[in-house]
Design a protein around this ligand. Structure first.
Ligand SMILES: Cc1cc2nc3c(=O)[nH]c(=O)nc-3n(C[C@H](O)[C@H](O)[C@H](O)COP(=O)(O)OP(=O)(O)OC[C@H]3O[C@@H](n4cnc5c(N)ncnc54)[C@H](O)[C@@H]3O)c2cc1C
Length: 382
């Protein structure tokens, strides 16, 4: 990083990378000093936010100088702006963010002689594009920034899983298979994406399947503390999991990855005609399979649907005391979900995958190896 060298936005992104941690800490400290009211909109632990912010900044600063892809970049930033409405950001907050970001980038170059005028102007334009398009996206969305729903039932099918049912004040608009940014009353300002496990309906009924992640803020709180009467809040809805026309569908669901698949299947069961669907649902041991009592009648009454349960272990750990009747109504195979895919021919199939991070990667690779076209293998973003 030489004094007065010509940098450009992509080089600025590269120069920030080695000092990324200090940069984002300094940026948010500067932001909250400029407008202390902003501090109340974000969670106490900013680690995740800082990492996400850096990824976005890097993407924007490296994309702007590229000759193509600007429409995608604009749509990405507008969507980010729509997403950020859930924090309660105002138009003025974007000006504060622009000022803090420009000042923090200058601070990186200060010890090295500073940015020259031309690079300072490029930086200013890049930051104004980032904040301006986000602000425009937020401003042009006429839907409410947040929706609310009241918890009506909490089930705990096994130690480590909560099934939470709610009724929304106003029905949420979403497609079966999508997920929604969610906040629970015990964890104000903490938002996590959760898959909707039921299709949209006029009564505003919602269902979520939440695995208790050890040490996890939201999931372990849901497991320990969520009660009927709690009011949950929801931000933007996203997600690409869905069938495509009349092509056969293979669904790979690990753990609570069952939630979006169940939503899609319940919606399909209301149609007269459906493509063939094979759902492979996996868990570590038989007693950790859940919702077989919904899946078994669905498979029995819909000839287009086949469900196969797959578990890594043949028997449950000693602490898990669940009756085998919970999962006996459906076929059960042993091995991993990826092993189970090795017998399938997925040529021409639409393959939908949901579940833990490692499964998404491994099952996507296995699907392509079994003949699926890469563009037909769909997962939600990690
Ligand atoms: C598209 C999508 C859909 C999803 N759908 C569902 C769903 O339907 N059901 C579901 O259960 N989950 C779902 N998730 C996952 C969910 O969003 C959360 O990531 C999950 O519930 C864990 O959140 P948490 O707040 O409990 O954990 P976090 O607090 O985010 O922690 C996650 C892990 O990091 C560790 N950790 C946290 N803080 C620190 C720290 N400071 N230092 C070191 N380690 C730390 C924790 O111990 C834990 O192991 C989905 C995710 C995506 C991306």
């Amino acid at each position: 990083m030489g004094a007065h060298a010509r940098h450009g936005l992509a080089q600025i992104a590269a120069d920030i990378e080695p000092v990324a941690d200090d940069f984002t800490k300094g940026l948010f400290a500067r932001l909250f000093a400029l407008d202390p009211s902003l501090r109340d909109l974000f969670p106490a632990n900013m680690t995740g936010h800082r990492a996400t912010f850096l990824r976005v900044l890097d993407h924007v600063f490296t994309s702007i100088p590229q000759p193509d892809g600007h429409d995608d970049l604009i749509e990405f930033l507008a969507q980010l702006g729509r997403d950020h409405r859930k924090y309660g950001l105002t138009e003025a907050h974007y000006d504060t963010m622009a000022a803090a970001l420009i000042a923090e980038v200058h601070a990186v170059y200060e010890p090295h002689g500073g940015l020259d005028d031309e690079d300072a102007a490029v930086l200013e334009q890049g930051v104004q594009l980032l904040t301006g398009v986000m602000r425009g996206g937020a401003h042009s969305d006429p839907t409410p920034a947040r929706r609310r729903a009241r918890v009506v039932e909490v089930l705990r099918p096994h130690p480590g899983l909560s099934v939470v049912r709610l009724v929304a004040d106003e029905p949420l608009l979403f497609r079966p298979g999508q997920y929604v940014e969610t906040q629970i009353p015990q964890m104000p300002r903490v938002w996590r994406p959760l898959s909707l496990a039921m299709p949209p309906n006029t009564q505003g009924q919602l269902e979520f399947h939440i695995r208790a992640v050890p040490g996890g803020y939201l999931s372990s709180t849901v497991f320990g503390e969520t009660r009927p009467g709690d009011v949950w809040q929801f931000g933007q809805v996203h997600g690409l999991l869905r069938p495509d026309g009349d092509r056969p569908v293979t669904m790979i669901a690990g753990g609570t990855g069952l939630a979006p698949m169940k939503s899609i299947l319940l919606a399909m069961s209301m149609n007269a005609n459906n493509p063939d669907v094979h759902l492979l649902v996996g868990a570590r041991s038989p007693g950790l399979l859940y919702d077989s009592e919904s899946l078994a009648p669905l498979a029995a009454t819909n000839p287009w649907l086949k469900v196969t349960q797959v578990t890594d272990a043949r028997s449950d750990p000693w602490w898990l005391k669940r009756p085998a009747t919970a999962y006996r109504a459906l076929p059960l195979r042993h091995g991993s979900l990826v092993d189970a895919m090795s017998r399938l021919d997925l040529t021409g199939h639409r393959v939908l995958i949901a579940g833990p991070r490692g499964l998404l990667r491994a099952a996507s690779e296995a699907a392509v190896a079994r003949g699926a076209a890469p563009e037909d293998v769909v997962t939600d973003p990690l």
